[in-house]
Design a protein around this ligand. Sequence first.
Ligand code: PLP
Length: 401
Amino acid sequence: DSVFAHVVQAPEDPILGVTVAYNKDPSPIKLNLGVGAYRTEEGKPLVLNVVRQAEQQLVNDISRVKEYLPIVGLAEFNKLSAKLILGADNPAVQESRVTTVQCLSGTGSLRVGGEFLARHYHERTIYIPQPTWGNHIKVFTWSGLSVKTYRYYDPATRGLNFQGLLEDLGSAPSGAIVLLHACAHNPTGVDPTLEQWEQIRQLVRSRALLPFFDSAYQGFASGSLDSDAQPVRIFAADGGECLVAQSYAKNMGLYGERVGALSIVCKSADVARRVESQLKLVIRPMYSNPPIHGASIVATILRDRDLFNEWTIELKAMADRIISMRKQLFDALKTRGTPGDWSHIIKQIGMFTFTGLNAEQVAFMTKEYHIYMTSDGRISMAGLSSKTVPHLTDAIHAAVT
Ligand code: PLP
């Protein structure tokens, strides 16, 4: 008998499992709205033109070798990544009190940050929004932190429960870590306004909480890299400390290249150097050093003015298509006379709409309409197209009537 005979079958990941189920469905009308990846109007994955150009440059440069990167990754990539999220003129950047390490996309950046905090920070509790991206709970628990939640989403308004958020962060123990989605909150698509962010900043600083930003969608929410980074920038510029996990999965379409960065904004350049030395001790036994290809693509694009400009145009086109899908779905439901207020579809931002459909309605839509989504009613607007809006509208209409 196998020495592993006692191992029980684990459940599918609640998000990735949606695609597993979708792939098994032979129906020609099936539609996958569970996937957190951009699709074109034709439903195809997209490799950005700037990425193709950067890769061509990399291939043509025969001086490039495949040697290991340092433990912290590609130095130029790290510098440019910090500037991209914090802004080149941010005092924290100017004063060299930021340390940045290249990590395995957003998830790896969160995990390295979590492990560092569990080892070197005095408060082990991290507050995450309710709800949040499901993997946050597991990433931080396995990092050795204790996970608690703060109120975030109000099902009644399908908007922000700002009062609840302020109350919960206001009563969190001094020093507690707070996970904040930098923009395009996943799964709700609900973000605080800039005025609300400023109030959150003041509360976080007055209670000496430690902000940990998850920036998985910079540029994807509004179409502007700068606007989407604004919440992070006001925290990084106030002289206080914070962490930022960045992902290039969505905004550069580099999903499978696994390229991201963890930045820790410190009080001084001296502290930042010591923090970096300890980050290396976290990374070395975990995966030794990060992969070279994706980071080289990003550095090639960020360093070159023309490629950078072209990237911002392609990024805005992706964001605009998503915004236009919101409008089309909203209009279609109104025209159809589907009962309910669907204005949250156009108010929410980013890749996902939190439809308000319950698990039973989701199961119905999957069974009868072959539409796949997570059971919390989250749909990927990026997976939708003009051609599939009518089918989704029919399914929602049938589910709620
Ligand atoms: N954080 C949030 C909120 C996300 O939605 C995602 C991806 O879906 C990630 C982090 C991490 O993604 P990746 O590890 O592919 O960069």
